[in-house]
Design a protein around this ligand. Sequence first.
Ligand SMILES: Cc1cc2nc3c(=O)[nH]c(=O)nc-3n(C[C@H](O)[C@H](O)[C@H](O)COP(=O)(O)OP(=O)(O)OC[C@H]3O[C@@H](n4cnc5c(N)ncnc54)[C@H](O)[C@@H]3O)c2cc1C
Length: 536
Amino acid sequence: MKADTDVDVLIVGAGPTGLVAAIEALRHGLSVRVVDQNERRRPHSKALVLHSRSLEVLDDLGCVAAVLEAGREFRALNIIDRGGALGRIAFRELAWGDAPYPMWLTIPQSETERCLEERLEALGGRVERQLTLRTLREVEGGVDVELLRADGRLEVCRAAWLVGCDGAKSDVRRNVGVELEGDTSGEVFMLADVTMESPLVDAEGYNVLAREGVLLIVPMKTPGQVRLIAHLPGVRPDQAPAIDLPMLQRLVDTRTGLPTKLSSLGWTSVFSPKHFLAKSLRAGRVFLAGDAAHIHSPVGGQGLNTGIQDAYNLMWKLALVQRGLAPGALLDTYEAERHPVGERMIRGVRRATRGLTLRAGAAQWARNRLASLLLRFARVRNLMGAALGMLQLRYAPGLAASTSPLAGSPRPGERATQQAASPGLTHRLRGAHHTLLLFDGPREALAGTEVELVSGLARTLAAPVEVIHVRKDTVPGEAHLADPDGAIHRAFGADRPLAVWIRPDKVVAFRGDPRATGPLRAWLSNFLSPQEKHRE
Ligand SMILES: Cc1cc2nc3c(=O)[nH]c(=O)nc-3n(C[C@H](O)[C@H](O)[C@H](O)COP(=O)(O)OP(=O)(O)OC[C@H]3O[C@@H](n4cnc5c(N)ncnc54)[C@H](O)[C@@H]3O)c2cc1C
C-alpha cells in the first residue's frame, strides 16, 4: 500500500463480481475494502447457472467445493413445442475437452454469493455493509471517495484504485462519466420460482417454443423446484402483470399442454431485456466490471458468469501494477481483452432474445424447424455447449504473445488446457503465481543449460513465477514433473521443445521455442517488471 492512500483497492458492490474481485485482491497481496449499500446479502435466486469456466475460476479461488455442494448438476436442455421434442443437449455428452468441470451447475445466486462471502472471510476480508458510494474524484496517485453511512454521516476514503462492481445502475460508471451503448428490447418477460409436479425429467431444463410465447423451465437445487421464465407477447414494459399461481398455471397449461401442478410460489420478477455495454471499462484509476460494464437479458445465463471472469482477469494485473511488479501498460490489457468479450456476449444474447420473442406464426415455425434440424448435429451441440460454458476464451491481441507462436494449442490468449492432464500439474497451477512450463520434445530433451537459461529469465522478474520442467522420463535428483504417458505434452501440443507461459488467470500468455529466448524476453519486458537488482 502506498503511504498516502488508505487502501490499495476499493471495491464498490458486493454482488458476485465484487466478491470475486475482493477475494482476488487478497490472494494477490493487496489491501482491500469492499463496500455495499445493502444491509445484508440479497436473498433472491436471480442468476441460476454457473458455467464450466466459472467453476474452474472458483476452483482457483478455493471455493468450488462449497459451490458444488450448494448446487445441483443441470443435466440437459430440451427444446420442445406442443408437438413434442425438437432437440436435446445432454450436457455430459458434449465434447468438453479438458474441462475439469464439464457441466452446468444450477445454484441460486444467493448461494453463490454466500459461498464467495465465506471464502472472502476465510481469507481475512469482509463486506462493509450499509456504505454507499456517493462521489468519487481521481487525485494524484489515487481516488478520493465519499461513502454514506446508514446514520447519514459521510466517510472519506482514498484508494489507490477503485473497481466499480455496483451493478447495472452503477454509480461508479455515472461518476466517471462512462456512457453505455445499446438498446432495450421492448419485450416483457416474467420469472417465477415454483414447485412443479409434471412428467418432465427432474434436473433437466426445457425451452418450450410455444405459439403463445416462449417458456423456459430451469431446474433448481431442490428436486421439483423450477424457475419459470416466460415471454409475455403484447405486454408493454410499463404494464406489470400480477403474477400468482392461477396465472402461472394457466400459462404453463397453455404453453406445454402437459399435466402439471404448480405450488409454493417463491420469488417473482417482471423485466424487459436490455442490452448495453459500457463504452470503456476504465477511466484512469477506476475500472468497471460485471453488470456495471455490461447489461443484458438473462437468456443463456451469462451475466453473473461474465462478471466473475471480468474480476478474475483484472485483479492479478491490478495487484502486480500496484505492487510495482509490472508496468502500468499491463492494465490496458483488461479493456483490450474483456471489452470484446462483452461485445460478443451482448451480440449473442440479443440475437437469442430476438429469436425467442418471434411473434409471427411463420417465423416461429421456421425457427422451430431450424432448431430441430441443427440440434441433430453433435458439432452444433458442442459449439453451443462450449460457447455457453465460456470455454472458448480467446483473448487477443492484449497480453497474448506478439511474436509468432509455435503451432499447436492452447494458443496464446486461450485457456490453459492442462487441468485434466495431470493432477500433479493442476495442483501446481493453483494459486496467484505465473507458471512457465518447459517441455522436452518427444525425442529430444532440453539440455540443463537451456532449462537454466530460461528459468534464469523467469527469476529476473519481480512477479512470482513457478518454472516447471515437464519431462517424459524421470531423472533422479532433478526437480521436474514427470509425464511418462505424455498426457501433459499432448494437452499442450508439445511435439517439440516448448515453453508455455501461463498467467495467474490460467490463460496462456506465451508459446514459443525455449531455446530461442529472444521472443520470450521481449514479451516479458512489455508486461512484467524486472526485480530491483536487475533494473537498469
Ligand atoms: C430478474 C433477474 C434474473 C437474472 N437471471 C440470471 C440468470 O439466470 N443467469 C445469469 O447469469 N444472470 C442472471 N441475471 C443477471 C445477474 O443477476 C447479474 O448479471 C449479476 O448479479 C451481476 O453481478 P454483479 O456483481 O456485477 O452486480 P450485482 O449483482 O447487481 O451487484 C451489485 C452490488 O452493488 C451494490 N451497489 C450498487 N450501487 C452501490 C453504491 N452506490 N454503493 C455501494 N454499493 C452499491 C448493490 O447493492 C449490489 O449488491 C439476472 C438478473 C435479474 C435481475
